[in-house]
Write a protein that binds this ligand. Structure first.
Ligand code: NAD
Length: 437
């Protein structure tokens, strides 16, 4: 199959490279010239484990190429995927669909012969129909079908998720388009990936329902963690105790500073907005948004209280800034709430993140970025763990203690063992864990 991928960000680039790995001919398109220039030189514009090799292999095999112009790629394509951003629209929480509709109009002009136009971006219900309308209006004679194929990959594990997905959801309404989509995903038949064929609206709702459910699960365990802290219970044991119930499941029951990232915050908002518009309010999701926002704001207070009510003139070391490990993505990261609040309270911040410091530098000002985790702890009065990068788990607590001015840790991801840390002489606080009596 010949595929044109419009948008070469986290989703477009990973999906494009993986489709090429499936054996298809893929052109990844982006309007950002710098991004395409870097990709052509073999440089990745994002950090995603394994992506550089996957891209290099498929470029070498001549199945993957990059362009800033979509004309030829779309004209020759069996399927055009739209994987542009759908950020939150300023003011009201609705998804900003201007990039999707602009891409649809550009694609419409370039279609030659039967083409399936697929929305891979996360889009509110009704967007697929609007994309079809735009194409019909722009080129009335175009021969095409629209399809909704939401993406469920996680940053940091994106390639594995794409190559071995739990399921593929395809909203499609003609046999011809269904055959094209089945052909594109055929390699996944070998590993018996379930294919969920639905109508377009169902596929669109499925993506939001999935993300809203996961955001709810995180928020639920975060509130249970608050309860555990108050009553001397351990949230990890509670999570295990409930998670072993097959109806609940063990994943996404890890407490923390609140969810962030490029998807959950904006997708829960967009779902709530759409639902209110059609008078089917999602009150649970609305609560989740509110509780999570409040939680992210409260985390700085937790650090301040831990330091005895003030961080004025204290040096706070921070481990991890990205919204989760194995990505450089800073979108809606909890650190964006925590760091400025500590700075406003008079603290001096020094921070280390294995991949996120360049992105973080664009969004967070007045931080001293360090070269190692130990340097972030150097002469700090308190160390705050915000992101659970794997390499932080392997840090030597004795060495951390040696370099800190005061051995105090607020571990918002529970990466350290509380007894061990207290045994070594740290004053230590995690999330949802019993305090020493
Ligand atoms: P991104 O911002 O990383 O990438 C979007 C890219 O599209 C940018 O490089 C931008 O320059 C390009 N673009 C915009 N308009 C264009 C046009 N007309 N022509 C060519 N290129 C254009 O965004 P992302 O994180 O890849 O997300 C894309 C979509 O996928 C969103 O709807 C998002 O919700 C969804 N999604 C994201 C993830 C994730 O983990 N990031 C997971 C699942 C779904």
């Amino acid at each position: 199959m010949r595929i044109a991928m419009i948008g070469s960000g986290y989703v477009g680039l990973v999906s494009g490279a993986c489709f090429a790995q499936f054996g298809h001919d893929v052109v990844c398109i982006d309007k950002e010239e710098g991004k395409i220039a870097r990709l052509r030189k073999g440089e990745m514009p994002i950090y995603e484990p394994g992506l550089d090799k996957l891209v290099a292999d498929n470029v070498k095999a001549e199945r993957l190429s990059f362009s800033t112009k979509l004309g030829d790629a779309v004209a020759n394509a069996d399927a055009v995927f739209i994987a542009v951003g759908t950020p939150t629209r300023r003011g009201d929480g609705h998804a900003d669909l201007s990039y999707v509709y602009a891409a649809a109009a550009e694609v419409a002009d370039a279609i030659r012969g039967y083409t399936v136009v697929v929305t891979k971006s996360t889009v509110p219900v009704g967007t697929g129909r609007e994309v079809a309308r735009i194409i019909r209006e722009t080129q009335p004679s175009a021969e095409f079908d629209v399809c909704s194929n939401p993406e469920f990959l996680r940053e940091g594990a994106a390639i594995e998720d794409f190559m071995k997905p739990d399921r593929v959801v395809i909203g499609v309404e003609s046999q011809r388009a269904r055959d094209v989509m089945a052909g594109i995903y055929r390699p996944l038949n070998l590993i018996q990936t379930p294919m969920v064929f639905t109508n377009i609206e169902t596929a669109e709702v499925t993506k939001y329902a999935g993300n809203a459910f996961l955001a709810t699960k995180i928020t639920f365990i975060n509130e249970i963690a608050d309860l555990c802290e108050k009553v001397g219970a351990d949230v990890h044991d509670v999570a295990r105790g409930i998670g072993l119930d097959g109806r609940i499941g063990r994943k996404f029951l890890h407490p923390g500073p609140g969810f962030g990232g490029s998807c959950f915050p904006k997708d829960t908002l967009a779902l709530a907005y759409t639902a209110r518009e059609v008078n089917a309010p999602q009150t649970i999701v609305e609560q989740v948004i509110e509780v999570n926002n409040a939680r992210k704001k409260r985390m700085a207070r937790k650090v301040i209280d831990f330091c005895g009510g003030s961080v004025k003139d204290l040096t706070v070391g921070v481990l991890g800034l990205t919204f989760k490990p194995n990505t450089d993505d800073m979108r809606d990261a909890p650190s964006l709430d925590i760091v400025p609040a500590l700075q406003s309270a008079g603290a001096k911040l020094q921070a280390f993140d294995p991949e996120g410091m360049s992105e973080a530098g664009k969004l967070l000002k007045g931080i001293n970025f360090t070269k190692t985790a130990y340097e972030a702890a150097f002469e700090a009065d308190v160390l705050v763990v915000i992101t659970e990068w794997h390499e932080f788990r392997g840090l030597d607590p004795r060495r951390i203690k040696q370099v800190m001015r005061q051995p105090r840790i607020v571990d918002l991801r529970n990466i350290f063992n509380p007894e061990e840390m207290r045994g070594l002489g740290f004053t230590y606080e995690g999330v949802g864990r019993p305090q020493p009596r």
